[in-house]
Ligand binder design. Sequence first.
Ligand SMILES: [Zn+2]
Length: 244
Amino acid sequence: MLTRRLFCGCLPLVAGFAATAGSALGAPAEPEGGACAVFSRERQRAETPASALERLLQGHERFLSGHTVNCDLRAQVKATAGGQAPFAAILGCMDSRVPVELVFDQRIGDVFVARVAGNFVNTDILGSLEYATRVAGARLVMVLGHSGCGAIKGAIDDVHLGNLTATLANIVPAVSATATADGPRSTANPHFVQAVAETNARLATRELTRRSDVMRDLVKAGELRIVTAMHDVATGRVSLLADA
Ligand SMILES: [Zn+2]
């Protein structure tokens, strides 16, 4: 696992995360009401981009360990009826094996989630994330790709089918931009499929600031952090990708 992660450029931050929880890095303090307290504007403003990432990774560690938080979701619905102040936004794939709130052990009102096959960026996704960050105050954006992605495979295979053709066209640049891994440039080669998925996620991250003045300014001001991560559908583990 470690070898593979090093090979793909992933940072095993989750493994090392437990050691930093509660450290000087600033583990988010538990609010009054415990882990099931919903996010208020005040709680959101108390988060930094770094603590928001830490909070997300803490939740993922709970997911991996099987010690997720069990909250009264109906009470959370009532508590968030008057407004929302999520601490993070995640752009992920529609894949049924990557349910974002479950993977990060988050609940009602905690995170924005934009999902589209292949987790690519277009104008609608950019606008949604500008709302999530500049308007609604989320302090972190995570682009979350995953292994075994059908959309990535479809783009590699140049699938043409109805409106899916246009959808997959958003991923084709990642196929072209991926250097040849071990073996052929085809879906028969899992190394290539994984490499394209990582390229695609990194390209999406790059587009967020390249095409959005709003998010670029937030990042420059230190009010927002954007990270790229990959989810392994075989293990459920999320690993941060190093900046390319
Ligand atoms: Zn996918």
